[in-house]
Design a protein. Structure first.
Length: 279
């Protein structure tokens, strides 16, 4: 990635229910494109800024903008619901709009403001084995793994475990084990959820390429879909995560996600640091 020596690269730090992001507007003159090496460097919480995901804003001829999502390990993520909401909230404020369309690897997504809430339509869940994807044909509602998880694709793969108590789920041991299970050729996100009330779940998450995070928007969507398929909830679900509460509504036109949005700070990545990070 070639950077101009000045003035560095502007960024915004945001979070949705503790799921934190660096947002870079690559449409700006001289911004350049994010690379895997740069994503890893920015994602380093000791030597960089730190994030669960990085959201890169690009121009798109058929949408208001395009979003590319990066994990902290430098891999590209297919979808990120909370980052989508955070970017949309900021863009709506700047443009004076209450709805936006943006392109992602997942496809064209829609986001709308309803009162104080920002909703994003994450699209229809992927429930066929080859769409998740899994390594071989099987029923995605119940996978042949210990713990009887379900598989759901939301632009990225998810394995959802329903457990008696999500607080004591083996997040840091079973999470990475399932992430790298051969059943998931692209690796997978891993969620642990327990029913705490009518249409309410406690959920914890191990994110592919990142590890434990305080929240995961696409994971909340996948968990709500899996819970409804198991007959545990209706189609509108509240999920309490380590970092806050998210709402999911599985409608006819897709799975909608909402929750809190916050801008933490704005900054500029130093030009010399960028040059070193790009090596």
């Amino acid at each position: 990635m070639n950077h101009r020596p000045t003035p560095g690269l502007p960024f915004v730090k945001m979070h949705g229910a503790g799921n934190d992001f660096v947002v870079i507007d690559a449409r700006a003159p001289g911004a350049g494109r994010v690379t895997p090496a740069l994503a890893r460097a920015i994602g380093d919480r000791h030597r960089g800024v730190g994030f669960d995901q990085l959201a890169e804003i690009l121009p798109d001829p058929d949408a208001d903008y395009r979003l590319v999502f990066w994990n902290a390990d430098g891999s590209e993520a297919g979808a990120c619901g909370n980052a989508s909401r955070c970017v949309a909230a900021r863009m709506m404020g700047a443009l004076g709009r209450d709805s936006l369309r943006f392109a992602t690897r997942r496809g064209m997504l829609t986001t709308v403001r309803e009162g104080d809430a920002v909703w994003v339509n994450m699209g229809a869940p992927q429930l066929d084995w080859d769409a998740v994807p899994l390594a071989r044909a099987m029923d995605t509602a119940r996978l042949p793994l210990d713990g009887d998880p379900a598989a759901v694709g939301m632009g990225n793969p998810h394995a959802v475990f329903f457990v008696p108590d999500a607080e004591t789920a083996p997040l840091t041991t079973l999470g990475p084990q399932v992430e790298h299970d051969p059943l998931f050729p692209q690796r997978t996100n891993v969620e642990f959820a327990s029913l705490t009330g009518p249409d309410r779940l406690r959920m914890r998450v191990w994110e592919r390429g990142t590890g434990v995070t305080l929240a995961c928007g696409s994971g909340a969507c996948a968990t709500a879909v899996a819970a409804h398929r198991r007959g545990l909830t209706g189609r509108r679900v509240t999920l309490d995560l380590d970092g806050g509460t998210l709402g999911v509504d599985w409608r006819d036109d897709g799975v909608w996600l909402t929750g809190p949005v916050a801008t933490v700070f704005e900054g500029t990545l130093d030009a010399d640091w960028l040059a070193e990070a790009a090596r």
